[in-house]
Design a protein around this ligand. Sequence first.
Ligand code: NAD
Length: 481
Amino acid sequence: MKTYQNYIAGVWQSSSSGQTCESIHPATGHLVARTQFSTEDDVERAVTAARSAFEATDWAMNSSMRSRALAAWAEAMERNQEALARLLSEENGKPIREARSEVASAIDALRYNSVMARNVFGRTFQPSRDAYGFLVREAVGVVAVITPWNWPVLLLMRDLAPCLAAGNAAIVKPAERTGAITAALFELAADLHMFPPGILQLVTGKGNVVGDALVEHPGVDMVAFTGSTEVGQGIMAKASRGVKKVALELGGKSPNLVFADADIERAVSTACRSVFMTSGQICMAGSRLLVEAPVYEQALALAKSYAESLRVGMPLEESTDMGPVISETQLHTILAFIEEGRRRGRVIAGGKRLSQPPFDRGHFVEPTVIADLPVDCSVVQEEIFGPVLVVERFESEEEAVRLANATRYGLVAGIWTKDLDRAFRVARRLRAGTVWLNGYNRNYAEAESGGYKMSGLGRSRGIEGLYEFTELKHIHLTLDV
Ligand code: NAD
């Protein structure tokens, strides 16, 4: 059992607290690894090292160096893909097949940004005979990258890769529960000796200690945060005191709209897959299934049979479709939502904790489908972050749009219909950062994603995702002509 250290100024080191955090296996309760329980002093050292690396090294000005370092990190991850996937699965509880695909997506994000590091161009203009303007993109400076536990490898790279590609110095603060997999990724990077000391740093620990200290530190120029809407709001408020840039990727409660002319089986199975993946602990979970009245009962039957066919099991078993949820607290939150669903609607599949062996030492809940809830019910409105699908009925296109937009979130949505005119008409009326037509959860390193409303601020992925980590400077030249 390994104890991971912080990575500060190019050196692996213990926290000044002398204490550690524990990563507990969500399926078995055993100790997976320890990471540092860091302090404000550790943050202070990391910020000092980051500032000096950003100002004194060639990193921000040498795109070829950055491109090579990111590509080499991707290769190192690829060589260690299976070990990384196993550690991810053990620490987070996600099925091994899913862990492999998450690691592969993170490698892809690194590769994409290694290429984009050499494709950041500015603009020029000539407003008069004697003047030229140059608009150049520069790195912001020192960036705190704060990540969640649910997809800790991909979501780290989704922000960190463009942050580094743009020439910034990054200080990463992972979620307490997934510090070990993050540190394992840093070990691969450190062994390459291609990142100048201080450019890439890791400080693990509590959000309200390490996270707060980073957000409030005057030496941090920007905060890139992925996590809950509530914590994101607090970060935005604190960052405003220093007028810092923030990029926020927050929660979601995303709908799939299924019209009667759609391929109902494909629509329902795709929606179910998206909400039962990672036991529903996924920001883009299609947790609301809105179905047109004539095919509502058919969709309910399909969702019920999909949920009941899933194999819940131990994360490292190849046959497992769904593992545990992350913690006992999270399990109780999910069960409370299910009880509310039972009170105000109809639980048509699942709905119970699994507590017989081999599930008795972990946090397992059945894949659950709930129907007939009023739209104002908390089960429809709130992000449950568990394997709970809500099925709702609509009578018209107008009602479908109104219901889909009726939560505070606006991350993603799916529309299922054979009528392309309607698909585009409805897509433009949905308040969401991504809308998939006849598909769901199709994300690409080159396609921007992000939230409307309380699902976030700014865009990740793609060239706009990289630009989030830059400032735009106007340099003006006056000629004597
Ligand atoms: P969380 O908000 O509890 O924690 C996220 C990170 O913030 C962790 O590293 C945590 O330690 C840190 N943190 C906590 N308090 C802090 C503070 N006061 N200051 C600074 N940092 C602090 O979220 P979580 O439980 O880890 O993840 C689940 C949430 O993340 C869900 O709401 C989910 O929708 C969201 N999420 C969003 C996206 C997206 O792309 N929009 C992706 C994944 C997860």
